[in-house]
Design a protein around this ligand. Structure first.
Ligand code: ADP
Length: 303
């Protein structure tokens, strides 16, 4: 089921398009990661989706609703933490949530306790918000976003500035919410961070969507391998299977094999192939780290 669809969404500030012709689709139960450098347009895109900003052109569809009235109703099913939520420094966690429960007209009083439990803040008692750690503050922001039991939550850089422990807690929390069937749209400027939680990715650069890929595709892109270019890749595969017992490989083309083992011994691979009558044109390691991949992907586009 499609939760969110944007079509050629564009938002300009002066002469620059903060969001430029972005079409993307988020399916139910995705943890959809928007990755891009600072200024790429992630926040603006989220603000358009949640109606904090109006698009210049393009359209948004939420839970199948695309007209004004339908969209407004659908937005009631969305919880978000985009700008720092206005939480009151002198109120406790429960008091802050209670304030917003009343303000939003949520009749069920138990949502306060449930939300606090979900973000592991039930033990904070009389502690005031101003005395919370950054991690606790971020989690309370999230509790606010889930107060109305949303089906989609939108989180802008939720782990920004958190310490490693806080990052792990936030990540676990997102996974728990997702296991309950909540779809998540999350942004980050650090791909390796996002990759620990997201199931799909959209790479945004200078307002444009440059690439969409799934978790598996990203893994494949960033997997280290030994690329063997030879005159006959199929024959090479047979030789490597029989002589070196290599099973973990992929034939890329008629001339290229990728081996995911024997990375530490290309000489042996070359030797066996030569012995079997295959001519090796080149053999070298390929594959990027996540950050290298990200830099390469946006670098190739900015020219
Ligand atoms: P990100 O969230 O990826 O860091 P933003 O969406 O905040 O990126 O910003 C995208 C671009 O739009 C930036 O160049 C930013 O300066 C510009 N921008 C964002 N909001 C406004 C605004 N309200 N007025 C003018 N320019 C803006």
């Amino acid at each position: 089921m499609t939760v969110l669809k944007t079509r050629e969404l564009t938002k300009r500030y002066g002469n620059t398009a903060a969001v430029d012709n972005v079409s993307l689709t988020v399916e139910k139960s995705d943890i959809f990661g928007l990755i891009g450098q600072n200024g790429a347009g992630k926040t603006t895109l989220m603000r358009l989706i949640t109606s904090l900003a109006r698009p210049d052109s393009g359209s948004i569809e939420l839970f199948g609703q695309a007209d004004e009235a339908g969209l407004n109703a659908a937005r009631a099913r969305v919880g978000c933490v985009i700008e720092t939520p206005a939480l009151y420094p002198n109120l406790t966690a429960a008091q802050n949530l209670e304030y917003y429960r009343i303000q939003r007209g949520i009749p069920d009083k138990s949502v306060v306790g449930k939300s606090l439990e979900m973000v592991s803040l039930t033990g904070t008692g009389k502690k005031k918000f101003k005395n919370f750690s950054l991690g606790m503050k971020q989690r309370l922001g999230l509790a606010l976003a889930i107060l109305n039991s949303p089906d989609l939550i939108i989180l802008d850089e939720p782990v920004n500035g958190l310490d490693p422990m806080g990052i792990i807690e936030m990540r676990d929390l997102m996974k728990r919410l997702n296991e309950q069937g909540i779809t998540i749209l999350i942004s980050s400027h650090i791909l390796s961070e996002l990759s620990q939680v997201a199931t799909k990715y959209a790479i945004i650069h200078q307002g444009r969507l440059i690439k969409s890929l799934t978790q598996e595709q990203l893994r494949e892109e960033c997997k280290r391998a030994l690329s063997v270019t030879a005159d006959d890749a199929a024959k090479a595969a047979v030789i490597l299977e029989t002589e070196l017992n290599i099973r973990n490989y992929k034939q890329i083309s008629a001339n290229e094999l990728r081996l995911y083992e024997y990375l530490d011994n290309p000489a042996e691979v070359t030797f066996q192939l030569n012995k079997g009558g295959v001519r090796v044109a080149s053999i070298h390691e390929v594959g990027d780290s996540l950050e290298d991949y990200f830099t390469k992907t946006i670098g190739g586009e900015s020219k």
